[in-house]
Design a protein around this ligand. Structure first.
Ligand code: 5RP
Length: 224
């Protein structure tokens, strides 16, 4: 089985948690893609939900698939949000933002009764930090914000895509920061978010309701 098969298997298992009448948050990335596809199929089969997406990309996909989207202003809480992750530690804390949507993803995760994370098993780690931590920064005074990040002992790399600076859906930039092993994600997230030019960072601490991980043999593990 290839990585895409495993992403699809994890995604489809998570979508089983969605029931009629629910308000559903749609994640971003190549794993969330499969969840949105499956939700689209279930909507065609008669599932009645309303949804909102964590990125313009996912919103377009949902529209194409006929998933009923509602403005965030019309949503108090999400029953379920399904999203991918770049790393999951043994306490189900996450690094997210490899796809650049971390801020909107965190807004949705925080407003969700059940934040379900879907991954292939290679993303499960003991301790976070092998994946560079994405930090969303405002373009204004970015050099000053990067200096503040350097004071935390990292060499932030401003993300580019196709030879151009990557700009998030919120008009911001992403600084990818290699902290090495992150033993205390909670205190790191507080320190990062205290820097004025930092909008948010890709550490999701204590937000996960369940992780669905597909192993290389196609078997599914649910971690809670
Ligand atoms: C986007 C994300 C993604 O969920 C994360 O990068 C995982 O992506 P993929 O499923 O493509 O591996 O956080 O901002």
């Amino acid at each position: 089985m290839n990585a895409d098969d495993l992403k699809r298997i994890a995604a489809e298992r998570a979508v089983e948690w969605i029931e009629d009448g629910m308000t559903v948050g749609l994640g971003t990335g190549s794993t969330a893609y499969w969840a949105i596809r499956r939700i689209g199929e279930r909507v065609k089969e008669g599932l009645s939900i309303r949804a909102a997406a964590s990125s313009v990309r996912s919103e377009r996909l949902a529209e194409e698939l006929g998933i009923p989207l509602v403005p965030l202003e019309a949503i108090g809480r999400f029953d379920v949000t399904i999203d991918g992750a770049d790393e999951v530690d043994d306490r189900l804390n996450l690094i997210k933002g490899g796809g650049g949507a971390l801020l909107r993803e965190k807004v949705l995760a925080d407003a969700s009764d059940r934040f379900i994370v879907i991954v292939d098993g290679t993303k499960l780690v003991g301790t976070l930090g092998a994946f560079p931590l994405p930090v969303e920064i405002v373009p204004f005074g970015a050099n000053l914000t990067l200096n503040r990040l350097k004071e935390l002992g990292v060499d932030p790399i401003v993300r580019e895509s196709g030879g151009e600076r990557y700009v998030t859906d919120n008009g911001n930039w992403i600084a990818d920061c290699r902290f090495g092993t992150i033993d205390d994600p909670k205190s790191l997230t507080v320190r990062l978010n205290q820097i004025p030019g930092v909008v948010d960072n890709g550490l999701f601490v204590g937000m996960t309701w369940a992780v669905v991980a597909a192993g290389s043999d196609g078997g599914v593990k649910v971690l809670k």
